[in-house]
Design a protein around this ligand. Structure first.
Ligand code: AMX
Length: 435
């Protein structure tokens, strides 16, 4: 099959059977215990969701359908032999669990281009906001405007049988993924450039087209964009953006409504906005010392200054990871290959030496190592995308490639309304024997 939908049609009954059997034969098996710490601690460590696309191991980091980032770099088709994995290949892998051929990826790229047309009113909805509105606010607004065309909502109104929910969800998810680069590029050009739309290039793949529509055509920038989108696509199900999408869609809100909500979560500084915060923080260091060439002592002083003023060191720490994020490592490898002498890259490398011992010394930080956001900004900056307030929009475009497939599977597997139990503080005190 070079057609992704036909591939899904074959897979769905197989997965439905697996889930049915799991519920019937093993539904009462206990998976762990819930402590008061977990209830008060943002549900850390509580196994509570099924997410098909990817899983994060605390030490090893992300695996997309069982594949590490280096596995993906080796096995998934790139734009040229040996190139970075194409986002279309990651999308195919996340949705089907299978490694696509180059032919399948090319066919999916063509399909996404054919779905990419953006209705005029979506631009107008964005234009109603001041140019000074944060790019993520504009992005979320644009996605909300796209919702007008939701196939799921129309099908629901027509009375579609629930066994078929996944089909219009597939349509919406692919349309959403296809249209996001155009919406996102429009916002970039509106805020930072001449406001003119650069049309989609029919000869380019998804990542390259997004860079092209932003106004970047250098082949190395296109290649970085492919890698950037691929590695930011998915990070299992419990992170704020992925979990939000899953939760919102569990009420049968369509993929646009669910994804706009996810973007609003991604826009928080402890989640996706951290990439903007990192570059700003690095630039402030350079401003303070007048040069990126600073000593370890100067850097250490600056980190303590950040911590002593009650702020976090952006780009460090993680809710699940307990080691350096492989998404950091692969960006570092890309930088070592393409921009080893860039002064900001060298500063990022130095920060990685100095921050972890300081965070460890605090005694409370569970993971002192860098996450994905510690690195992306200096690469984007090097390639000319210097406006850090925009960075989370790039992250958001990429995240659709992880969230879309999950929403399709949520509906295919009949995942129910999500509704955990909450307790009052008094009840919790009673439950733990504190009162
Ligand atoms: N700098 C300073 N303090 C930090 C820290 C950091 N980078 N990371 C964690 N801590 C602090 C926490 O604020 C918390 O302090 P408190 O008890 O006084 O409130 C304490 O250490 C324990 O936190 P934790 O269990 O180690 O982390 P967490 O799971 O609660 O939070 C995260 C994880 C990412 C929010 C946190 O590490 C953080 O704020 N990092 C900086 C922001 C960042 O880089 N976010 C991006 C994460 C990746 C992503 O989603 N894109």
């Amino acid at each position: 099959n070079t057609d992704l939908y036909s591939e899904m049609k074959e897979l769905v009954p197989e997965y439905q059977e697996r889930v049915k059997k799991l519920k019937k034969d093993h539904g009462s098996v206990e998976l762990g215990k819930i402590t008061a710490d977990m209830v008060l601690g943002g549900m850390r460590g509580m196994t509570a969701l099924v997410w098909l696309g990817s899983a994060v191991d605390p030490d090893e980091g992300i695996r997309f359908r069982g594949m590490t980032i280096p596995d993906c770099q080796k096995a998934l088709p790139g734009a040229f032999p040996g190139g970075e994995p194409l986002p279309e290949a990651i999308l195919w892998l996340l949705l089907t669990g299978k490694i696509p051929s180059k032919e399948q990826v090319d066919s999916l790229a063509q399909e996404l281009r054919s779905r990419a047309k953006i209705p005029e009113y979506a631009y107008k909805a964005i234009d109603a906001l001041p140019v000074s509105a944060h790019p993520m606010t504009q992005f979320s607004t644009g996605v909300m405007a796209l919702q007008v065309e939701s196939e799921f909502t129309k099908a629901y109104e027509r009375g579609i049988h629930k066994s078929k929910y996944w089909e219009p969800t597939y349509e919406d998810s692919l349309n959403l993924i296809a249209r996001l680069p155009g919406i996102a590029a429009y916002i970039y050009r509106r805020i930072y450039k001449d406001g003119k739309i650069i049309p989609l290039d029919d000869s380019l793949d998804y990542g390259a087209n997004y860079a092209h529509m932003l106004g970047f055509d250098d082949p190395e920038t296109l290649e970085f964009m492919r890698l950037y989108i691929s590695i930011h696509s998915d990070h299992e199900g419990g992170n704020v953006s992925s979990h939000t999408a899953h939760l919102v869609a569990s009420s049968l809100s369509d993929p646009y409504l669910a994804f706009a909500a996810a973007l609003n979560g991604l826009a928080g500084p402890l989640h996706g906005l951290a990439n903007q915060e990192v570059l700003r923080w690095i630039r402030n260091i350079v401003k303070e010392f007048g040069t990126p060439n600073i000593s370890t002592e100067q850097l250490s002083d600056y980190i303590y200054k950040t911590l002593n003023s009650g702020q976090v060191v952006p780009g460090y720490g993680h809710g699940v990871l307990r080691n350096t994020d492989p998404r950091y490592t692969c960006q570092r490898e890309f930088a070592l290959k393409h921009l080893p002498n860039d002064p900001l890259f060298q500063l990022v490398s130095k920060i990685k030496e100095v921050v972890p011992p300081i965070l460890t010394k605090l005694g409370k930080v569970k993971n002192p190592w860098p996450n994905v956001d510690a690195h992306s900004g200096v690469l984007l900056n090097y390639y000319g995308l210097t406006e850090e307030n925009y960075y989370t929009v790039l992250f958001g475009v990429a995240r659709s490639i992880g969230v879309g497939p999950q929403l399709i599977w949520d509906r295919a597997l009949g995942m129910p309304l999500e509704r955990p139990k909450s307790v009052t503080l008094e009840k919790l005190e009673k439950l733990v024997g504190a009162s």
